[in-house]
Design a protein around this ligand. Sequence first.
Ligand code: MG
Length: 701
Amino acid sequence: MDIFKLPKEHIVLRFTLLLIVIAYLFSLSMRYIWVAEFQGMEQFKYNNELMINTNDGYYFAEGARDILAGSHQPNDLSPINEPISLLTAWLSQIVPVNFETLILYMPSIFGSLIVIPIILIGRTLGQTGIGFIAALLASVTHSYYNRTMTGYYDTDMLTIVLPLFAIYAIILAITHQRNRFLLPITLAFALTQWWYPQSYSLNTAILVTTLLYALIFERCNHHFYKISLFIIIGILSLPMWIKIAIALAIFAFFHYKTALDQKWFWGLFIAIISLYFFTGGIDPIWGQLKGYVFRDSVSDDAGLHFYNVAQTVREAGNIPFTIFAERISGHPITFVLGLLGYVAAILAYRPLLITLPLIGLGFIAMSAGLRFTIYAVAPMAIGFAYMLMLITRPIEKGWLRVIVLVVFSGVALYPNYLHIREYMTPTVFTAKEVSVLEKFGTLSNTEDYVITWWDYGYPIRYYSDVKTLVDGGKHSGDINYPASYILVQPQQNSALIARLAVEYTEKGYENNKSAIIAEMLTAYKADTVDDLILNLQLSNAVLSKSTRDIYLYLPLRMMDILPTVTLFSYLDLKNPDNKLQQPFFYTTQQFQDSGKSVELGNGLSIIKEKNMIKLGREEVPIKSFYQVGYNQEQKIDINEQHFASEGLNIIFMASYGRFLIVDDFYLNSSYIQMFVFEQYDPKLFEPVILDPLSKVYKLKV
Ligand code: MG
């Protein structure tokens, strides 16, 4: 059988199904490489299962857990209405595996579905072989793999699959021009929109492309306007059941009234378009564009200027071509062939024009950040597969051509395989850290707050079921300010702000005010946060009524990001132009003791006989030296020596093999005092869990 020359009617369904199964299993097996590598490592397991490797996944897992439990706490930010949490909770009731196994494998199982619409698009165009090769490639290409690998439990598992089904539905309707192919269009778009509301812009772009297609090439073909109509219905900002009801009603009308009155149709068309502008319109699209392309830079809240989070996001900016190409096609050569093939494929199969918005969005990555490359993966894979077909067309012997295709496809897949072998993302937390969180969960109440850096917000809420001030989705400059302040200020300041921040955050949910720092300043008649602390101490005023317990979670893994944490509160809130000199912090686990000096890397060294620290060309006196370690009873032992009244402090964390060089600001910070030295003010804090990797203290004010 020559699969290349058969017209589409002759390609038997069974053959297509077989190709889908093969491609799907291929995608799954590639996603098993990570599992096989980590399977034996107990430090990555929880409940006898590997843990997930994306921070955001814990957010959705929290939602699913709470849906299954049937309850959650008000204002605990648990996403009980998120589609992915709903799907997970529903699956967990019908699939007989433990919850951790379910969320671990869902990304592989759903993400691999990408092969189906790609193969079906190929089949619709009479090129199932192209669809098959494209499906293999798309399923493992860097950016698609990275965001649908095993353990990457996030909405990405369907954010590409669903729009591809929608595009398949449109291509199918264009090719067959029958009314019965209209309904799947609305259904696919409605599902896409439900799963990932941010896809609104992409969906609108697909609609505009379809309309332009109609106006340019098929102006008199009424069917194209019907297709457009059913796309609009699918993307309306209305509940899914209403959209499906509208689509069914209109479909029934088309079906029973064969000779359609043009006036009537256009009336309907205008009505639905008006509904689009009335319900969602293009405002959300502008919002997204502004956020990604024209970044707003100032965050200003009631006259206070906070640190702008976008400043720490390094994803955006100019991306080297090689990385861009690898993320989309696996290799620059594959990318170039894919691009040429894509243009050629559109010339040969005009309905493929509908995939243009995916290419457009993917190429936006050049200016808006790597996260967008994932959109271009599928159409570029189709382009590459088409190119292979073109190149091998002169080969007359069918079997020889198949061999050549297999070899070329293998060569294109290989760099992606290598990437998968190398891309061994660790789990978010280790088993030891999770056991601390689990234990902490049993000691705390679900209404209690844990204060820590936002990176640990979601996992803590999942494992300990408590509340947090900041998390992976709630970390703008003003919200990060108190968290940062509490971690890096001396204990007295930390304790006062911790209590206020939690009480004002809870109050803020009730009266809808999120500017809690401004609220506090007004309430305590202070001009700055320093004044506020002073006023609180002077008046000995009773702090805002305590409604719950508050804990500080101090993990070792925060050590390396401490300077970043500090950035968010070590600033002049009133005057954004007053750029403060940041306090001094350096840490390393790579050092060499040469007898006379200890080399710490980056031009830093300790000159022992002079009691000096060399910073590049400068020499600074050592103020004090601390050696901290665990003794035989697993208690902290501290040896300290003082050398000068000014200078930098050295802390050698013997049990961790780690040096810290810090100024007095960091030495006195709550994090260093309570995590490194376990020195806490017993009037303010009491230890709850003191584990070498993570320490938890309870606030006593
Ligand atoms: Mg909760």
